[in-house]
Design a protein around this ligand. Sequence first.
Ligand code: NAD
Length: 478
Amino acid sequence: MTPRTPSAAEATAAEFAAKAAAARRAAETWRRTTVAQRVKTLRAVWKSLAARRAEVRAVVHEETGKPLVEIDLMELGAAGLLVDWMTAAAPRVLGDKAAGKPWSLFNKRAYERRVPRGVVGLITPWNMPFLIPFGDAFAAMLAGNAVLLKPSEWTTKTALWLEGAVAGTSLLPAGLLSVVTGGGAAGEAVIDATDMVVFTGSTKTGRAVAVRAAGQLKPAVLELGGKHPMIVLADAALDRAAAAAVWAACANAGQVCVGVERVFVEAEAYDRFVEKVRPRMAALRQKLDGRDCDLGRLVFPPLLDRIQEQLEDARKKGARVIGGEVLDRDNLLMSPALVLDARMDMRVMTEECFGPVLPVMKISRAEEAVALANAGSEGLAASVWTTDLAKGERLAAALEVGLVGVNEPSSHYAFGALPFGGMKQSGMGRRHGEEGLLAFTQAQSVVVHEWPDATPDMWWFPYDERKAGFLRKLMGLP
Ligand code: NAD
């Protein structure tokens, strides 16, 4: 039976304090390791976790009902790709960097060191219960930090499994990855107890997190909701586009922040596109046991009614809704919904719809869709579909989103080298890429005076016009 209540109790104040203290102690030891040592150790940690794939699959499936194949590919396969890039890039990105210098300061050496922040707080959602906590924790630890993780109250078991499995390797200082359980109050306590917070979740909660962190002058990276517009031009390869639309709207039962949320199709191709999408939606296999199927159930109980309301709103305003029935209320199972003849005044076109729902709207030209998409407050992901790649890339550049694809729906997370995150109300800061790794550190700029040992610099006291004339020349002043 699908869980209807959160999977763990709120940590008591004493439990929370013990976890926070353990993370703090571990951070002190860990920050003294070299990048090379951390790369070697964390690779070994990942190897040990990956060897326990069957256990991760079981716990993620129990908490989310995802298809087992999807857990392998999206939660674990993507994690492995991130580990590969991060561990290969870390020595270059996190190592000391010699700084350029004005030639007049030729007798000094300058470089930038990256210093870990200390304890990083992670507050994570339920839709990717292994990948998101693991990937961010891995990056934070690689950069020399300890982690205090507050997973979604709906997917606590997966996070506790991760904590136990990491501790079980005995490769890291005890408490380097510490998990605290609970809901909003525990999330707030994590912000208060750590030096930086990475929050992944809804825009509404993200705003509260940003305000709390700002009050304490703590950096916050926010990864929030999206409303992926997929823009299909008349010349697109429609078979690939239709397959992509169905996959990217219904993968993870539609509970993906970068998933396709609405399709805008140029009028000339609209009927052909719909004819290619319909059988693909109808062919989706849906089961609760995760085997031989394409999608399972919803995770968060209130979603079922919220999505039904969004579909009802579309029906009332004249859309043709195919599917979308509640199949099993107790188990949060609804069939995928295709919403044809969608319009911008329908909630499914403007509100995030975290379920297997694919609204399709006819537009006259792609530029119209770009303008409609940019008029919204979200800026996470978007895609453009056309056989004219130059035009596709031009339209992509005009979209106000952090992640954009041309004939590509949503593979960005798997490219560890690419910064991942949103513009506008979809987020602040980025995970992944050099920017994402560097965010877990602060710069310490170092200047070393090398020679001569005993002489004061010429620009120190006492000021005198004769020396100043020489210095003005050195500094390029007339
Ligand atoms: P949510 O905002 O309800 O909860 C996210 C986390 O915040 C949970 O751990 C929750 O317990 C915690 N929390 C709640 N109130 C808090 C508070 N006041 N202070 C601190 N923490 C608090 O989101 P959700 O329903 O778990 O996740 C779904 C949302 O996440 C969707 O909007 C989705 O688009 C978004 N998401 C974004 C990304 C991304 O990378 N941009 C990835 C996955 C999911």
